[in-house]
Design a protein around this ligand. Structure first.
Ligand code: ZN
Length: 236
């Protein structure tokens, strides 16, 4: 018995090949090429949480944290670069890092972030998020630090202090955070919940460019201070 290849069959095979090819290119294009950071300069991996189909939490206005995370991360990147700090971003577009959407995409996305962090081997990982809670009165920025890591905890304490002084409603204390993005590498790290999208007042603040600038600046000050305290001649 032999199979007769009809034009229709060939067309569908070609279509299938095209799909694989496009999927491959899409997957490849979402992977940020990263090399190890130079030893003589401080290096930070900035991680804008979520992305693509994964919008994260959503405010009443319809905004997703995915987008505010990226806006604040981009502002922070500019500030850090002004101090000659090397910045590696896990994502620079609204897309996630999972490539083609399929089941298990969240795991793929997180593993891609881990790969970027491991390759960069940074002095610090900073992940940016927005919070959400069923009680809409709850608000305030809060820093979470890598579990059982004194360096991360010290940074978080200092940064939370800055938040308290300079950001409306900020929480009093930082918290230990058992998040994959913090535990997936040996680098110290913090995850910052910049505020609650479930709180209308804070959502409005987080949507404004001025407040985003303010948040980015406080995070920047915390990081700059942290590197300064390490007393290494990396900041020129
Ligand atoms: Zn989040």
């Amino acid at each position: 018995m032999f199979i007769v290849c009809t034009k229709k069959m060939i067309a569908s095979i070609c279509y299938f090949c095209m799909l694989i090819l496009v999927s491959g290119v899409l997957y490849w294009s979402t992977q940020v090429p990263v090399s190890a950071c130079p030893a003589e300069q401080f290096c930070v991996v900035l991680d804008a949480g979520h992305g693509g189909i994964d919008g994260g939490s959503q405010g009443k206005t319809g905004v997703f944290e995915r987008d505010i995370n990226l806006q604040i991360t981009n502002k922070l990147e500019k500030l850090l670069k002004s101090l000659n700090i090397i910045v590696v971003q896990t994502r620079t577009t609204k897309e996630g890092l999972y490539g083609v959407f399929a089941s298990g995409f969240k795991m793929k996305d997180m593993q891609a972030r881990k790969k970027i962090i491991e390759k960069a081997n940074p002095d610090l990982v900073v992940s940016i998020h927005m919070n959400y809670f069923s009680d809409s009165s709850v608000c305030g920025a809060q820093v979470f630090f890598k579990p059982n890591d004194k360096t991360s905890k010290d940074l978080a304490l200092n940064m939370q202090n800055l938040f308290q002084k300079n950001l409306k409603n900020a929480k009093k204390s930082p918290k230990e955070g058992d998040f994959y993005i913090l535990t997936c590498s040996k680098s110290p790290g913090i995850l910052i919940e910049c505020g609650y999208l479930s709180n209308a007042e804070e959502e409005a603040l987080l949507l404004s460019a001025d407040y985003q600038d303010k948040v980015a600046y406080q995070i920047f000050c915390g990081i700059a201070c942290y590197f300064n305290l390490k007393n290494q001649p990396k900041i020129g």
